[in-house]
Structures are given as C-alpha cells and as structure tokens.
Design a protein around this ligand. Structure first.
Ligand code: KG4
Ligand code: ZN
Length: 349
C-alpha cells in the first residue's frame, strides 16, 4: 500500500510517500523558519501564503525522490487539525483536489496521531497499550492508547506548551528562533542547578501540565540577576545565561518526567513513546531512557518499560508520520469524501 502524506498545520509544508506504513520512500519538508525568524515566532498569514507557494513543488518532489508516478498511490492522508486554520486549509484543499483528479481515497489525520505514528515508522512492533508524551511547540499531552486507533487523553497542558516555553525564553534572551534546538545545544555548558525553578504543582492530582509559571519565574530571575539579552545573534553567551537556560531546560524535563511516571503507574502501559518536536531534546531523550529502561531504584524497577522516539527528521513536523497514521484507515478502502474540512481545534480524545 503506497500512501501520499500531506502536512501543513503550522510552518512546515511537507509531503511524503510511505509504503505499507513504515517504508519511507521520500520525506520532503519545506521549512519556513527563515520567513518567521525576524518575528521570533510563526506569523499565521505569512505561513498560509508560504504553504500556498510551496505545496505544489513539495508534492512533486516527494514523487520525484521516490521515483513514483501520481497514479501509483493507493490513497492520500492529510492533516486535518489541530493547527493554524489558514495553513491547514492549504493542505486539505490540495489533497482533496488531488484525490478527486486521481479518483483515489483520502483520509483525514489528526496531527497528534501523526506524531504518535512517527515512532512506529522505525519500530513497527511497538506493544500496546502505549503511553505517548506528545511534546511540541503547540502541544504537551499524555495520550494513552489501549489499542491501535483508540486514544484516551490522560493529561494536557493548561496553558503554554513545553516547546513554546523554550521558544519564548530564547526569544527574550536574544538566543534565536526556534529556541528549543538552541537551548538543547547550549545547556550542557550551564549549571542546571544554578537557578531554583520549582516544578509547578497541579494540586488536583491530575496528569496535566502548566508551563506559564516558569516563564514568569524565569523573567523574575533574569531581572534579579541583572541579565541582559544578547545584543546580536552569534554574540558570546555569558555564563549566567547558560546557567539560566540549563536550569530552565532541566526543570521542564523534570516536569515532563514526573507526570509521565505518574501516568505510567496509573495506566500500566507496555511502551512509552516520546514524540513531537521537543522530543528531539537530548536531555529529555536521555532522561527518559535512563529512567524507564535502566531504573536504579526498586520503585523504578516496577516501571521498567521500553522508550521509543523517532529519528529527528521524523520527530519535528513531517508528512511521513501523517502517511503512516493514515495507512491503516486507507487499508479499509474508504469512499472518496470530498466534504472533508480542516479544524484548528480538532481533538484526538
Ligand atoms: O512538532 P513540531 O515541529 O511542531 C509542532 O507541532 O509544534 O515542534 C516544534 C517545537 C518548537 O517549539 C522547537 O523549539 C522544539 O519543537 N524543538 C526542540 C528541539 N528541536 C525542536 N525543543 C528542544 N530541544 C530540541 N532539540
Ligand atoms: Zn507537530
């Protein structure tokens, strides 16, 4: 089964051809980072305009790199939401037009489900039930999946997403955009215990997250320590900034780990998935692997679980994960439904 995946929910225009849900024949991603860099974040109007400009070329290139003709595909999977509505509509409209002209089936995919499937591409034998930490610039959710295609939301952020918290502090300190990769790269040079951030307490015992308090605490530390943002990109980064971002990153990782451990104890999954752009983070990957796969304490031993995360190109937004998520549904040969629409606030569960 050969599936074309199309993804345009935020600032990446992406198309991919995937065979049988896990053989990636091509995975083309046109990033808009340069368009949005000077604004320090994604500008929705510019994003939809860029998608419109790029999508035809990106899809053609996905076929070219895979050495396939349009007629070779068995169906199309497209991101339906959640995301920026103007951006989503470009992908959905393009996919509908293509499905109609080729008379091929088309299935909508939830972006979060796409991220979950990104882990299956390289590890098709992941065991259910699974617990996925979906952590990106737009989302921070714990999703429990008892079996393929069924999802229960165990916890989600009540305010900012973890990636957003990293991006905002990086922007404030003049470190660059997107902030996650910069903080990942610089943090090993800082002391992660230098600044006393505390893990936010969600007092009702839920598995939710909250990151907006971190930002306020970080801004207070910045003011108290008299830290000035970098005057220009590429300038030498002072030790206090390195210490601050190392402490900030450490606390975000500790928070994500604490809630995932609590969820794993309650839900008893057989696998842990770490997916979404922030799952590229070196400290996060290492901490999850060490905690779940080589637990040192007796309490941890009860939690010994395999941790799966995708290769970095499949971790940040891409269309191979959308094709992979759409493949099981396309196998059921759905009819061509052209009333498919995009939804900015589409829920997975
Ligand atoms: O999944 P993604 O590409 O888009 C969304 O669905 O949001 O995630 C983008 C997010 C950004 O916030 C970016 O700063 C973060 O992922 N990110 C990272 C790393 N690489 C990307 N965060 C921490 N460490 C990284 N290495
Ligand atoms: Zn994403």
């Amino acid at each position: 089964m050969l599936v074309l995946g199309i993804e345009s929910s935020c600032d990446e225009t992406a198309a991919a051809l995937v065979q049988d849900g896990h053989v990636v024949l091509s995975n083309v991603v046109a990033s808009q980072i340069e368009t949005h860099r000077s604004f320090g974040g994604v500008v929705p109007e510019l994003a939809s305009r860029e998608h419109l400009r790029n999508i035809g070329y990106v899809v053609r290139r996905a076929f070219g790199e895979a050495g396939k003709e349009y007629a070779d595909i068995d169906g199309i999977a497209v991101t339906q939401g959640p995301g920026l509505i103007g951006s989503l509509l470009v992908g959905v409209s393009f996919a509908k037009a293509m499905a109609y002209s080729l008379q091929k089936p088309l299935v909508p995919v939830n972006h979060l489900e796409g991220h979950i499937y990104s882990a299956f591409i390289e590890h098709p034998d992941i065991q259910f039930p699974l617990l996925a930490l979906v952590v990106s610039g737009g989302h921070t959710s714990l999703v429990f999946s008892p079996e393929e295609g069924r999802y229960e939301c165990a916890g989600r952020t009540r305010d900012d997403a973890a990636g957003e918290a990293l991006d905002k502090i990086s922007k404030f300190l003049g470190l660059g955009y997107p902030g996650g990769p910069v903080i990942d790269r610089l943090s090993p040079r800082g002391n992660p215990r230098a600044f006393p951030f505390s893990i936010p307490k969600i007092s009702d015992g839920s598995l939710d997250f909250s990151f907006s308090g971190f930002k306020t605490a970080a801004l207070r530390h910045i003011a108290q320590a008299g830290i000035q943002p970098l005057a220009r990109a590429g300038a030498r980064v002072p030790q206090t900034i390195l210490d601050l971002i190392a402490s900030y990153q450490q606390t975000i990782v500790d928070t994500l780990l604490t809630q995932t451990i609590r969820a794993a104890k309650r839900l008893e999954p057989r696998s842990i998935l770490l997916v979404g752009g922030v799952a590229c983070n070196t400290l996060l990957r290492r901490t999850f692997k060490e905690t779940f796969e080589s637990p040192v304490s007796a309490e941890g031993a009860a939690l010994a679980l395999p941790v799966y995360y995708p290769a970095p190109v499949l971790t940040t937004d891409n269309a191979a994960m959308i094709a992979a998520a759409g493949t099981p549904r396309l196998r059921a040969a759905p009819p061509l439904e052209l009333d498919l629409n995009a939804f900015s606030d589409l829920r997975l569960c």
